[in-house]
Design a protein around this ligand. Sequence first.
Ligand code: GLA
Length: 525
Amino acid sequence: MRASSPLRRFATLLALVVTGFPVVQASVPAPALENGLARTPPMGFNNWNSTQCKADFNEAMIKGIADIFVAKGLKDAGYTYVNIDDCWALPSRNSSGNLVPDPARFPGGIKALADYVHAKGLKFGLYTSAGTKTCNKAGFPGGLGHEQQDANLFASWGVDYLKYDNCNNQGVDAQQRYTAMRDALAKSGRPIVYSICEWGQSKPWTWAAPVGNLWRTTGDISDKWSSMIGKAQANRGLAQYAGPGHWNDPDMLEVGNGGMTAAEYRTHFSLWAMMAAPLLIGSDLRKVSDDNFAILKNTDVIALDQDTLGKQATVLSANGGLVVYSKVLANGDRAVALSNETGATATIATTAAATGIGGAPSYTLKDLWSKATRTTTGAISASVPSHATVLYRVSKSSGGATRYEAESSTLSAGGTVDANHAGFSGTGFANGANAVGSYVEWNVTGPASSLTFGYANGTAAARPVDVSVDGVVVATGISFPATGAWTTWSAVSKAVSLASGQHTVRLTATTADGPANLDYLDVER
Ligand code: GLA
């Protein structure tokens, strides 16, 4: 726990008494709140951005969200907390001084709702304010001066997450107010993620690591580009303060609420993941389009947010609205975001060396939105449309094999990228058309000494191909023998001698069955 200041004063006094000289104390970084929670940024839902205090904020909605978390794979993608915001309670405490759930919105009460959420393997979160009342005019009594009674009530209901707001705070010092609730939650005996929501007013990043698991760094987000990008700009300089158990919070997600373009929502999600921000879905998932679900369920982007190292991205450069972010990942990879805040398409560039990953002859860049992979000897650059963000995962190729997934290949007419047979790498495999002459082609970077093709062939007969490089056949009738099942993957290698630079590698089927299903091409130096 925290070094208590009376103890420190005593230690200094002791040093004075013993040595006769004042001692200089080394400055100790503020330790994190050690409640063991939020080792990666919290992921879940909060109703505020879609409903505020309107009537559709109610029990049916929240149960519906929990149902959708399970049914639509959000739970599997890591979303865990189903949180409710302001206006869940009545404007007055009861005769015992306890908060009372609004019976019109929550006829079953909060405990039954938390039970429902828990039964789905999810966690439940609640809201109140570190003031005499919450924020909304129709709000309810806040926690100031009632910290232990309210914390105990929340724990008895099975609350797993508390958002503690800043309205009607009576001018009481923020550290004092938020520390009082921290201590009350600890005494309640239930592990509760503690979300400090004082809008960045007293620079909580400088003092809140030992107090809360996350702290808002900004005022409220709204569902438009200027608001969202403003939050990113305010939050992105605070990387040094974030880490496992204690995160900067630039506010909840707006993805799916309808006020931004698809590119802007992808930028929003990309930057929140880069900044290791909490990913709290703020749209009514009962009404969200498949396109927005796809954004929220991009597991490659979520993996950046949830990376166990817990580093927030830093800004490598920001020139006239063209911004490069870099995030160090636990396995040594880097995530790089090339983000265009301007009104026109622009080229944004950096280098592998600038991210600190340097030292390899080449690097693999995986575009986490298009899923295409390519290799580079160091340049990281893209043409980025207005308000869009290109997001790469950068890994060292280190002279070994560089993998090119079949998802990034070109197929002749009739070929498709499929995912219906398990066991492939990446997100799918190439299912070439069943015809003589049907082909699968990759663009690769040399030099290379061998090509290895991952494949499956669930028929009884081999599926031979010719291999050509840059349009010249280098091998004929290479066999891709039966593997026994379409879910059983094997590999075929071919020695080559490719000079450095770009090349096309094409496999062309020589029988009417077409090529085997192809998973990847590994290019060995
Ligand atoms: C404040 C918070 C918001 C929301 C509202 C509820 O504005 O910052 O996130 O909780 O209160 O009234």
